[in-house]
Design a protein around this ligand. Structure first.
Ligand SMILES: Nc1ncnc2c1ncn2[C@@H]1O[C@H](COP(=O)(O)OP(=O)(O)OP(=O)(O)O)[C@@H](O)[C@H]1O
Ligand SMILES: [Mg+2]
Length: 335
């Protein structure tokens, strides 16, 4: 085959990551674009980080769009516009755009229609050959695991839109469970908590920031300060929160992920459960960084939970390696 650029893509609900075959991350941006409200199919005005800044403060005439929902494409047109824009940014040199080849992460539980929509959108954006790889498998490869080994591995991927728990062995998925309770739901839970318990209204970005700051605040035993608008007076107000109180508000969302893990374990043959008890589970995805997440799983299940070294990029890194692993593509891509 003539020279072609090969790369891996993780099109996530919250973030899109593109990684070159050599392991270099060439793009890592929020999966958000700002488009003209009446713009039809025209190019986005902003994409990524800059577009995300506009969430909750979008001026008239513009609208912010998140083209991926729960890990899959819902609107083919806006997804294609977004993918064209990110590939233009990721593949800067003209020769990189000659017959590029990509492996793209897809939720293990995606339907065939959702898988086809993803392949179509990436091909129409100019990628000449697209292979899909289940995100849990790509993430595991990004962490250095060989999914073709005759040993069972289990991974927990907590993204923005979905949490997926999957076990695989010898090139096949053993069981998989997913739930739509992940990072976005945690953010929403904090939004409701602040409104109900503290009569404070905050924007989505502030609620997300509180969730992210909880990890350091818990480790340092420091209170958390949040600024918002008072429900009754509509005036700006600052409140100080105990980290434990915030963690308690998030507990029910983590319960959903614990249930998914329980279901996935129930579906496994005993020998595979033995492997997992022995080796533990690998956690990745931004939502798995939640304060106390791995401790909670360890308490519930009694096995070790290890964080990926790069929990936000390991799926794209693994996908980039998969492009040159025909055995893995044959085993998992379903084409
Ligand atoms: N330190 C942190 N604590 C808690 N949540 C975090 C932290 N850092 C990032 N997140 C959350 O991680 C989520 C994004 O994770 P990630 O980039 O893995 O999602 P994604 O792959 O885009 O989504 P999906 O896999 O569902 O399609 C966001 O909801 C973000 O708020
Ligand atoms: Mg993801």
């Amino acid at each position: 085959m003539p020279f072609s650029t090969r790369f891996g893509i993780d099109l996530g609900t919250a973030n899109t990551v593109v990684c070159h075959r050599g392991g270099r991350i060439v793009l890592n941006e929020p999966s958000v674009m700002a488009v003209r409200a009446d713009g039809g199919n025209s190019a986005p005005v902003l994409i990524g980080r800059e577009a995300r800044e506009l969430i909750g403060r979008t001026p008239v005439g513009l609208t912010t769009v998140r083209p991926i929902r729960d890990g899959v494409i819902t609107d083919l047109q806006s997804a294609r516009t977004f993918i064209v824009a990110i590939l233009r940014r990721a593949l800067r040199q003209p020769w990189e755009r000659i017959r590029p080849r990509a492996a793209v992460g897809v939720p293990a539980g995606a339907t065939s229609l959702e898988r086809r929509a993803l392949v179509e959108a990436v091909e129409e954006a100019g990628v000449s050959r697209v292979d899909l790889v289940p995100e849990p498998v790509a993430g595991a490869i990004g962490c250095g695991i060989d999914p073709l080994q005759p040993r069972a591995h289990m991974v927990v991927d907590v993204g923005g839109g979905t949490a997926e728990v999957s076990a695989f062995c010898f090139g096949g998925i053993l069981s998989t469970r997913s739930c739509r309770i992940a990072g976005d739901e945690m953010t929403m839970a904090l939004h409701h908590f602040l409104r109900q318990e503290h009569q404070l209204v905050v924007g989505e970005l502030t609620a997300e920031d509180l969730k992210i700051r909880l990890r350091d605040a818990t480790a340092e035993g420091q209170p958390l300060v949040v600024e918002g608008r008072d429900v009754l007076t509509s005036r700006p107000r600052l409140i100080t929160l105990d980290p434990q109180e915030v963690a308690d508000a998030l507990r029910p969302t983590v319960d959903g992920i614990v249930d998914a893990l329980t279901g996935c374990l129930e579906d496994l043959p005993p020998q595979a459960v033995g492997d997992i008890m022995h080796e533990g589970v690998i956690a990745f995805g931004g939502g798995s960084l939640l304060a106390g997440f791995e401790q909670r799983l360890e308490e519930e299940f009694g096995f070790g939970v290890q964080h990926a070294q790069r929990p936000l990029t390991c799926v794209a890194e693994g996908a980039a390696r998969v492009v040159s692993m025909p055995n893995v593509i044959a085993a998992f891509s379903g084409r």
